[in-house]
Design a protein around this ligand. Structure first.
Ligand SMILES: Cc1cc2nc3c(=O)[nH]c(=O)nc-3n(C[C@H](O)[C@H](O)[C@H](O)COP(=O)(O)OP(=O)(O)OC[C@H]3O[C@@H](n4cnc5c(N)ncnc54)[C@H](O)[C@@H]3O)c2cc1C
Length: 129
């Protein structure tokens, strides 16, 4: 079986002619990629605005749904850890934005991660999770 992996960002789909266009890697020409069948699996589109207060720009929450978000959440978490280490008491609320969200498992795992990390840092007694 021959599998050819091409990494690139699809910018156009041409279903009649059966090809997609990939954004150029550098400053070259867009690349044409012909297909027999096309499966579109571009992942979720995050919609923080659907829940008032949610979101890291308009709202008051951080997210771990993309790499950039997760790095921001890590930085924010470490700031809260510093406050705990100075003696403050803090509450961490972890969850999903909507009951229909399919990522409750990730939220539960994140609670476990925070719990374990705060125990390791000996500040768990000052945090409500
Ligand atoms: C923190 C976290 C933990 C999770 N834990 C679990 C777990 O334990 N178990 C579980 O089952 N699920 C888990 N999930 C959910 C799981 O990751 C997703 O359901 C799954 O990755 C969705 O797969 P997908 O292929 O549909 O989309 P994605 O994994 O989002 O993949 C979509 C891909 O399409 C690419 N793409 C988008 N636009 C274009 C374009 N124009 N051209 C080319 N490529 C494009 C994106 O860059 C991405 O690589 C977790 C999710 C998160 C955020």
């Amino acid at each position: 079986m021959h599998v050819n992996f091409v990494q690139g960002r699809v910018t156009e789909v041409h279903p009649d002619e059966r090809y997609v266009t990939l954004a150029p890697h550098q400053q070259g020409q867009p690349e044409r990629l012909d297909y027999d069948y096309l499966l579109i699996a571009t992942g979720p589109k995050l919609n923080f605005a659907a829940t008032p207060g949610l979101g890291h720009t308009e709202g008051h929450t951080v997210s771990i749904c993309t790499l950039d978000h997760a790095i921001e959440a890590r930085d924010s978490y470490l700031e809260q850890v510093q406050r705990l280490e100075k003696g403050e008491r803090l509450r961490f609320v972890v969850g999903t934005g909507h009951p229909g969200a399919t990522c409750q498992g990730a939220a539960l795992e994140y609670i476990s991660n925070i719990h374990k990390d705060l125990v390791r840092r000996r500040v768990r007694d000052r945090a409500e999770v």
